[in-house]
Write a protein that binds this ligand. Structure first.
Ligand SMILES: *[C@@H]1O[C@H](CO)[C@@H](O)[C@H](O)[C@H]1NC(C)=O
Ligand SMILES: *[C@@H]1O[C@H](CO)[C@@H](O)[C@H](O)[C@H]1NC(C)=O
Ligand SMILES: *[C@@H]1O[C@H](CO)[C@@H](O)[C@H](O)[C@H]1NC(C)=O
Ligand SMILES: *[C@@H]1O[C@H](CO)[C@@H](O)[C@H](O)[C@H]1NC(C)=O
Length: 293
């Protein structure tokens, strides 16, 4: 039904008029999950990168601007795929659609976005962190975290801390933080570090396995006293601490070097003239069996 109406309207409207309206029909089709209309509009050549006007974007708390954002927030993989295939840019919104997809735990959408160039090291301008915000949303999805790390997510940024082995200031509870926000009505200015985020009560039970995964993606590193405290808090995590003993194994250092030379396109690893087991190791597939997820 709506396809018919839209196809009747298309010839009698003009692109200029649409542009002036501050919203494109693609946005409306994506917002309302009208996949068939979306397909029609894409085929008719509507700009998949069209953004909402500033005023319209400000009507949303998340300042969304693209049709892709609407598709992803609706968990609509079909619409997401159509837009990306048509060349939609996944890095135009303030809050990256990739962060949304990770938060929703939708592997299919995450994969689509990353394969089409979504920035795996996305940050949130209003909530500064010293590590990629993508990591923040992976706390309960270790396989997703590994996937992002395989695609160039910055593990080192997570393990660096301005306090190092010195004592850390007390952890801000959510209550303290929200009091602060209420009073000043603006986000905290000091960027949050990974060790602070992982210390939040809802996250700390995952600290060991997450640090363990991150360690596979860095060379020699010294963890800050807070991360060490986490590893000490649970005896099963002692093995993770052993992994840290410098120097890291030569195999790990070689893997780091080879992966950085190969770059983000991990599929290129398979074209190297190397035995299968070595390729598996380079792909971080050596411990799939006893993985945590
Ligand atoms: C997505 O929806 C469109 C329109 O309904 C349809 O033509 C297309 O086959 C669907 N694609 C997938 C991958 O389901
Ligand atoms: C999104 O879709 C996935 C898979 O189709 C599903 O597991 C998940 O619960 C959905 N999330 C939301 C927020 O609807
Ligand atoms: C959308 O933006 C991306 C990235 O800037 C660009 O590669 C692509 O060609 C654009 N697509 C269209 C249809 O303009
Ligand atoms: C946060 O609140 C707790 C309990 O009210 C208090 O003990 C602690 O000092 C507060 N921390 C900061 C940084 O204000």
């Amino acid at each position: 039904m709506s396809v018919k109406i839209v196809s009747l309207l298309m010839p009698v409207t003009s692109m200029t008029r649409i542009r002036r309206s501050g919203i494109s029909p693609l946005h409306l089709a994506a917002e309302r999950n009208k996949d068939d209309v979306l397909e029609l509009l894409i085929e008719a050549g509507y700009d998949v990168n069209a953004t909402l006007s500033h005023d319209r974007s400000m009507m949303y708390e998340d300042r969304r601007s693209t049709a892709l954002y609407f598709a992803v927030i609706n968990n609509n993989t079909n619409a997401t795929e159509m837009l990306l295939e048509a060349g939609a840019n996944p890095n135009l919104d303030t809050f990256s659609p990739l962060l949304l997809a990770i938060r929703q735990g939708c592997i299919k959408t995450v994969t689509l976005l990353v394969e089409h160039g979504a920035n795996v090291n996305a940050y949130i301008p209003t909530h500064p962190t010293t590590f990629p915000a993508t990591v923040m949303f992976c706390m309960r999805y270790l396989s997703l975290l590994k996937y992002l790390l395989d695609n160039g997510c910055d593990a080192m940024a997570c393990l660096q801390c301005q306090y190092g082995s010195n004592p850390h200031p007390p952890i801000m509870t959510t209550r303290n933080r929200s009091n602060l926000d209420d009073r000043t009505d603006e986000p905290p200015k000091v960027p949050v570090q990974f060790c602070e985020m992982i210390s939040a009560p809802i996250n700390s039970r995952w600290a060991g396995p997450i640090i363990d995964v991150l360690l596979d993606y860095v060379g020699n590193v010294q963890l800050c006293s807070r991360l060490i405290e986490h590893l000490d808090s649970y005896e099963d995590w002692a093995a993770i601490k052993e992994k840290l003993e410098p120097p890291r194994p030569l195999m790990q250092l070689c893997r780091m070097r080879i992966c950085s030379l190969v770059g983000r396109r991990r599929t290129r690893l398979h074209t190297l003239p190397l035995p299968g087991r070595l390729i598996k190791y380079l792909n971080h597939e050596e411990r799939r069996k006893n993985d945590y997820c």
